[in-house]
Ligand binder design. Sequence first.
Ligand code: SME
Length: 163
Amino acid sequence: MAEDLHITTGSKEEQYQSLLPQIQGLLEGEADQTANLANVCAALKQQFGWLWVGFYLVKPNAAAGADELVLGPFQGPVACTRIRFGKGVCGSCWKEGKTLIVPDVEKFPGHIACSSLSKSEIVIPLKDRERVWGVLDVDSQELDQFDETDQIFLEKISSWLRP
Ligand code: SME
């Protein structure tokens, strides 16, 4: 596996097409979850330069008597550490079990503003069969930055990840 990521220019789809096999290479033969999630964040952040790319993982909170999302590997500014089921874009994605694209975070009721710089967002559920075990969250400083192309490719990358 090459340690250096090859960064490309071109359309968004061309950038994903170049990045995907490189991410596959990074994941190949490595079973450690933290290592893999960390490298996926780094690769996405390096290629696209988004404000924030990271994972929240479903974990038990004994005191609350419920599972919640806990901050995992990420790239970008410091972020909120815990998100409850159904709260914010991430908690809603967990609850609904489907990708959420938010063109303007200010228009999403209950959006959790970890950074005032974030303007648009996409959140992808990480699934083990039907069970959501975490989410991949990507934030942009620009409005309306995410579309079906991001959904398709980010869902593909997410399908390679294991709980
Ligand atoms: N905006 C997210 C919170 C996570 S941060 O963006 C990193 C939400 O509403 O769930």
